[in-house]
Design a protein around this ligand. Sequence first.
Ligand SMILES: Cc1cc2nc3c(=O)[nH]c(=O)nc-3n(C[C@H](O)[C@H](O)[C@H](O)COP(=O)(O)O)c2cc1C
Length: 211
Amino acid sequence: MLSLAVGFPNKEAIDRRLEWGLMAEKKLTFAGFAGSLRKGSYNRMLLRALKQVAPPDVVMNILDISGIPLYNQDLDIEDPPKAVRILRDAIRAADALVIVSPEHNYSVSGVTKTVIEWASRPPENSALEGKPCAVMGGSTSGFGGVRAQLAVRQMSPESGMMLLQDPEIRVSRIHTKFDEKGQLVDEDLRRDLAEFLQALAAWTRKLQAQS
Ligand SMILES: Cc1cc2nc3c(=O)[nH]c(=O)nc-3n(C[C@H](O)[C@H](O)[C@H](O)COP(=O)(O)O)c2cc1C
């Protein structure tokens, strides 16, 4: 019986690659941050779970934003605080940015907002200008942080973020989705996270092909 030509991926392998949207050769690097500083942050757990489901052609780096000061234009000079420089460089170096934000008082947390403020300046050289971005997150209420995500979307015209529209991930009652070690226990959500990253990879490649 004739064997398949050497070097050709079999049908399953092709399907798998199509499914992941990975026909392009280049690996993509995503940077992500969670807009909460507290140790037990559920949104940071969500970001870690996202990293765990990254497809083979995506490297997901989690940014440490704990040293970022509140935005202060007096500090936003040629030599800004070191943590800000590192943040901006990391976002510039990444193919896409993932923002995982809690909802505070019907909007984004102050932490998310201040990170976006630092990243978006100076306007003529914003690390967010034209950057493929995605927002997701969760809250302990039943609304899953929808208003926080709308608030981030409202920032896109000024900041230059090119936000993924679909799918959206809003995790309601987020405190029920992880075990005591912070590991995700909801398999449906794990699948949704994988799909989210696939969609962001496709969105990133589309924007890169256009630029
Ligand atoms: C100051 C503050 C305001 C909050 N406002 C909201 C809110 O408007 N809507 C909501 O669904 N949850 C709200 N929450 C509850 C958060 O969803 C919950 O604390 C969540 O765990 C925060 O995310 P984290 O675990 O990543 O820190 C608020 C919590 C705090 C501390």
